[in-house]
Write a protein that binds this ligand. Structure first.
Ligand SMILES: Cc1cc2nc3c(=O)[nH]c(=O)nc-3n(C[C@H](O)[C@H](O)[C@H](O)COP(=O)(O)OP(=O)(O)OC[C@H]3O[C@@H](n4cnc5c(N)ncnc54)[C@H](O)[C@@H]3O)c2cc1C
Length: 460
């Protein structure tokens, strides 16, 4: 298949992934004398930090995703192909994708991350993850489907399992989703399910470490824990999920929590693409890069964002998988490409930490600022809303999100509870049509299209 990219005499920079990193890099190259080709398996940019709000009915999916072609309308050096990259053939400076081969002069891998189930197969098969828009819509449908089932269930133990939710992972995603579920339990579900005794619905947050919000300050950890407890969340610290079978999440051979709704937010691995030399892919599937984000041992392949494993003295375990890191690496790489074209020396990546934050619920959020400054409560909540609103792509999304938040604030309602993607748990599929297990398999079951021998690669 021909990808029909125009032939050009300018260097072609191919970027895999239009997440935070790929998007910023392609934008910052708008004025560079290069051809920018972005490849993503979705035709939209997904604002992952607000996925949990889609999963809990607070926001519609369209307000946190934005069409890639619309973002770049009017950028003449930009070309987009919706495709799944299957392999890098770096000897031929070519990508193998499901729509054909694409040649590059410089390649930037910005493929983000995948959920890490730590080899717990029963959990991988049966838990719900929250990494993509379809994941979030599935999760919302699945929760409401189980409430419909609970109405019909005569066995009280099973009925409670259908209503209970267990969230594994006490990082920002786990904390945020627990807070949102607690608000649903208080404000939304009693209106919709007056026949169910919602006092029976338990929400558990299971964390293997000794605190929630591990990477944040002690202030943020204690305050978030107190908020969650006020909202009726049961927090199980130093507890490792071991397996999930027959509606039971086991955390030892005999001890378990009963639930049909297990949400896995316990970790991610890099989404390294196939075809890179084994030695450049770290254990956590991030790609080892040097201080200019160039893949170790390579001349023209770079990795930025979550997938990049940039280890420095300051960050011996690599930079955190956060949107600001992805954005700043993209900005630095765009500047370095311009320096490269101008024959100037390249500059190493330096991270400017603007702080971190997490929201637990209405008027409850925690914010850590550089310089050991922290705050929470209403001011923290307002700060969280403002920063997330400003970072959303597109005026429409900002406006729709602001209106949705204002309505929910004043009405205490989350309007979106349609079951629009009904599915059986064991058939739980992501946007690529693969099950959780297939998605995270180390060897993809993909068969790259075999190009005809001696096939000419015209412009791509
Ligand atoms: C639920 C959730 C909440 C989060 N909350 C926060 C937060 O509050 N604050 C914060 O700073 N960070 C947060 N993060 C982390 C943040 O979203 C990531 O750090 C950020 O998205 C990384 O950007 P990226 O560009 O590296 O990857 P991504 O944004 O993940 O983008 C990767 C892109 O690559 C595409 N892609 C991947 N593989 C292929 C392939 N083989 N072929 C074609 N396309 C491919 C994907 O479709 C995707 O568009 C959160 C993440 C999640 C999942």
């Amino acid at each position: 298949m021909d990808t029909n990219l125009p032939v050009t005499t300018q260097p072609r920079i191919v970027i895999i992934g239009c997440g935070f990193a790929g998007l910023r890099l392609a934008k910052d190259l708008a004025d560079a004398p290069v051809q920018v080709v972005v490849i993503d398996r979705n035709n939209y940019h997904n604002f992952q930090p607000l996925l949990y709000q889609v999963a809990t009915g607070a926001l519609e999916a369209d307000s946190i995703a934005y069409p890639i072609r619309k973002i770049f309308a009017g950028q003449p050096n930009f070309f987009f192909r919706m495709a799944d990259v299957q392999q890098v053939d770096h000897a031929r400076n070519t990508l193998i994708t499901n729509i054909g081969e694409i040649r590059y002069d410089h390649l930037v891998i910005a493929t983000g991350s995948l959920t890490n189930y730590f080899g717990l197969e029963s959990i991988e098969r049966n838990a719900m993850q929250i990494k993509s828009v379809p994941n979030a819509l599935n999760l919302r449908s699945y929760l409401f489907q189980n409430f419909e089932k609970a109405l019909l269930c005569e066995n009280p133990v099973q009925r409670q399992a259908l209503m209970n939710v267990v969230v594994v992972g006490g990082g920002p995603t786990g904390v945020e989703i627990c807070g949102s579920l607690a608000e649903m339990r208080k404000d939304v579900l009693p209106q919709d399910y007056p026949e169910l005794d919602l006092k029976q619905m338990e929400i558990y947050l299971v964390e293997s470490g000794g605190e929630v919000l591990g990477p944040m300050s002690k202030y943020a950890q204690d305050k978030a824990k107190a908020y969650l407890e006020e909202m009726g969340i049961h927090i199980r610290l130093n507890t490792k999920a071991a397996r999930f079978e027959d509606g039971k999440l086991y955390y030892s051979d005999t001890e378990f929590l009963r639930t049909e709704n297990l949400i896995w937010a316990a970790g991610v691995n890099g989404a390294a693409v196939e075809g890179l030399p084994a030695e450049v892919v770290a254990k956590n599937k991030r790609i080892n890069v040097d201080t200019i984000n160039r893949v170790m041992g390579s001349r023209n392949v770079y990795a930025i964002g979550d997938v990049a494993n940039l280890v420095t003295e300051e960050m011996p375990r690599g930079y955190p998988m956060l949107a600001p890191v992805a954005i700043q690496q993209a900005e630095q790489l765009a500047a370095n490409f311009k320096r490269l074209l101008a024959g100037e020396a390249l500059q190493p990546f330096k991270y400017f930490n603007k702080g971190s934050m997490a929201i637990v619920g209405r008027n409850r959020a925690v914010v850590d600022l550089p310089g050991d400054r922290h705050f929470g409560g209403f001011l923290g909540w307002l700060t969280w809303l403002f920063v997330h609103l400003m970072t959303l792509v597109g005026f429409r999304n900002k406006a729709v999100t602001l209106v949705s938040w204002a309505i929910s604030y004043f009405s205490s309602d989350k309007a979106l509870r349609l079951i629009i993607r009904p599915y059986k748990r064991h058939d739980f599929k992501d946007d690529k049509g693969k099950t959780n297990a297939q998605q995270n398999a180390s060897t993809p079951e993909y068969n790259p299209p075999v190009p005809a021998p001696n096939a000419a690669v015209v412009g791509g």
